[in-house]
Each structure stands twice: as C-alpha cells, then as structure tokens.
Write a protein that binds this ligand. Structure first.
Ligand code: C2E
Ligand code: MG
Ligand code: MG
Ligand code: MG
Length: 283
C-alpha cells in the first residue's frame, strides 16, 4: 500500500510539473502578445534630493495593463520574462519609452531630471546592449546625462562582460546605479570594479529601521561607505517622516518612496513635476 501511495504521489508530482510547465508556456505567450498589443505601460516615481527637495530623478517602473485582470505588478511577470528571455524586448521597449517620456517633459519646460530605467543582467549581456541604449537616446533626443540605468548586484551573471558593457555606457555619459544594494552577494568586491555612480539602499533596510536597530547601523554604514567611495546614495521605500529624518541626519543624498509619491502614470507624474517646479520657484 505504501508503494502504491508512493506511485500516486509521483503521479501527482508529474501532473503538478506539467501544470507548472503549461502555466509557464501560457504566461510566456500572453506576455509576448501583451508586448505586441501595447498592453505594457510605465509608471513613474520621483527621486528627491534631501538637501533642497528638488526632484533629481524619476524611476520608470513597468506594469502590465491586462484587458481582463487589470494592472499587473512587475513581480508577477518580470521573473517569467527573465526566465524566457522576453525581458530583452520588454526592457528595450521600457528604455525607449522612458527616454521619450523624459525628453517630452523637458520639452514642456519642466526642470530636467534623470530618468532611471531598470536594466536586467540579461539585457546588459546582449552583444548589442550598448547600441540599443545609444539608439534609444538618439531616437528620443535625450541627452545621456539624463539617463540612469539601475542594475542589480544579485543578478550579475558574467562579471567581466558586465563591467565592459557598463564602462562603454559610462563613456556615453550615462549614470549607473546599483539597485537593491545590500541584498545581493559579493557586493563589496564588485563595488571597486563596477563603474557605478550611485548606490540604492534596498527598501528592506529602510522598512526595518524602526523595529530593528541593526538596520539603522547598516544604513548608516552604507551611507558612510558611499561617501568615502565618492558615490551618491539614495534610499528607496521611504514611507515615514521618521525614516526621512534619520536619513537626513546620516547625510543620505536622495530618497524615493510613498512619503513623496507612489509610482504614477505619465500624466499624473507630469502634474506632480509641475507642482514641484512651482514650489521650487517660490522657494
Ligand atoms: P525596484 O527597481 O527596486 O523598484 C522599487 C519598487 O519599490 C517598485 O515596485 C516601487 O513601486 C516600490 N516602492 C517605491 N516606494 C515604495 C515605498 O515607499 N514602499 C513600498 N512598500 N514600496 C515602494 P514595483 O514597481 O512593483 O517594481 C518591483 C520591481 O520590479 C522593481 O524593483 C524592479 O526590480 C522590477 N522592475 C520594474 N520595472 C522594471 C523594468 O522595466 N525592467 C526590469 N528589468 N525590472 C523592472
Ligand atoms: Mg529600480
Ligand atoms: Mg530597488
Ligand atoms: Mg527590487
């Protein structure tokens, strides 16, 4: 009987595996279709300099506007896109759209800010990665100093090739930020060889800062290290005044989080930027 049960369990296991594979295939087909049908959309979240409250950057964050399921957040499809390789065309669309949007805001007379675009390691390792970035800049007319690429330390598949690509991008005048800093591995050894301009302290440290004093120590240490390495530092996931105050005391350069704004569709972000620009003139 035990043997029979074992068999049954195996059958269940295989059928679950098939289901998982089917589901993966389904999602990949759906994603491919979504990209072609124009169902992907970008939301934008401001990055604010603590010192004078100026908006120095805007991060572009992809969403899937599904005709039936509504707005799907990236953590529900980006991992599948990474796995299937679809992240490459999706990421290219994000990059081109974000560059055009930033140029449009500048053409409307809004104070220039950098557009921050998340770049997956798979995109960075493509042979034509640098060409694609160059062409996105050319096509949009955006000056390279207003583009920042956010890379993650945990996904560095091929360190040597990544460094080569990043160095070419840096030569174009683009900024590089290390996203989710502190959550990957080997981060400190990479820091000396990666041509990065900015560290983004992962939001898990900020979220835990009030309850776990160790998180405060980690934040303070990252900020101090960044200063010594002459890197800018931004904290993400800032939701409370208390967190902002602590970051200000530690001389963190910039902040991003719900305290200032949730990620917003382009038109709403435009209104937000306009409001900031007015406040800016009054100040
Ligand atoms: P990320 O690049 O670290 O982006 C920050 C995430 O934190 C965003 O989630 C943002 O909405 C969220 N966030 C910002 N402020 C706060 C806050 O105060 N509190 C909380 N709880 N969350 C906050 P989102 O938009 O769901 O994106 C999740 C992740 O998906 C991103 O993390 C990034 O890794 C990935 N992603 C998004 N867009 C793209 C893209 O175009 N390409 C690639 N490769 N990945 C992307
Ligand atoms: Mg990011
Ligand atoms: Mg992050
Ligand atoms: Mg993240």
């Amino acid at each position: 009987a035990a043997k029979d049960q074992g068999k049954n369990n195996f059958r269940v296991f295989v059928s679950n595996m098939r289901q998982a594979a089917d589901q993966r295939m389904f999602l990949q087909n759906e994603l491919n279709r979504a990209l072609e049908a124009g169902e992907l959309t970008l939301h934008y979240q401001p990055q604010v300099r603590i010192q004078d409250a100026a908006v120095t950057g805007v991060e572009a964050l992809v969403r899937w506007n599904h005709p039936v399921k509504g707005l799907i957040p990236p953590n529900q499809f980006i991992p599948h896109a990474e796995e299937s390789g679809l992240i490459v065309p999706i990421g290219e669309w994000v990059l081109r759209t974000a560059c055009k949007q930033n140029k449009a805001w500048q053409d409307q007379g809004l104070p220039p800010a950098r557009i921050a675009v998340n770049l997956s390691a798979r995109q960075l390792l493509k042979k034509d990665a640098v060409q694609i970035v160059e062409s996105a800049l050319q096509e949009s007319g955006l000056s390279p100093e207003y583009l920042e690429l956010e890379i993650t330390e945990g996904t560095m598949l091929d360190v040597q090739r990544s460094i080569e690509a990043l160095e070419k991008l840096k030569k174009l005048g683009i900024h590089i930020a290390m996203d989710d800093f502190g959550t990957g591995f080997s981060s400190l050894s990479y820091l000396t060889s990666f041509p990065v301009d900015k560290l983004k302290i992962d939001q898990s440290f900020i979220r835990g800062a009030a309850d776990h004093p160790n998180n405060k120590t980690i934040i303070a240490t990252i900020i101090s290290m960044a200063r010594h390495l002459k890197l800018k530092v931004i904290a993400e996931g800032v939701e409370t005044q208390e967190q902002l105050l602590f970051l200000k005391e530690q001389a963190c350069d910039e902040v991003q989080g719900y305290l200032f704004s949730r990620p917003l569709p382009a038109e709403e972000m435009e209104r937000y930027l306009r409001g900031c620009a007015r406040g800016y003139q009054l100040a």
